[in-house]
Write a protein that binds this ligand. Sequence first.
Ligand SMILES: [Zn+2]
Length: 149
Amino acid sequence: MTDGNLIKRTYVSTARKDAWTLEVRKKVSYQRRRKDTHRIKNAASPYTGFIRCGKCGNSFCGQKSTLKDVTKVNYLRCRTRISECPSNAIQESTLNALVCDVLGLEEYDEAAMDKAMDYCEIADNAVSFYFRDGHFEKRSYEEKKRGTP
Ligand SMILES: [Zn+2]
């Protein structure tokens, strides 16, 4: 009985090690393949669950993009497929600035935002901020297209 357990444990530990190595190797090769190409990955953002699409009602998700000139940009966009809900996205930095503007903050503050506001809605290059006290404020924004100086 004791011997049996011992053998079993040894076996499990070996199998795990193999699996781990394989997983890491896969991950590394994946990263290498993607490194110099257009990289997008899902990222948690302070706005997760905060933004609603004013066009289709879906929520927004965060997307990190690295542009050709190696500029890193965090986009927030509608979760609905772009073919069904086109051009509804905002850069996180733009939204940070708008939040500061409506709250009168010097610097973006996630806690202050959550305390003051319930959610915001984005449609047609404008953000409507819905405050917990019931009122809302609308701000429009403009963003440079990619490649525009
Ligand atoms: Zn949408």
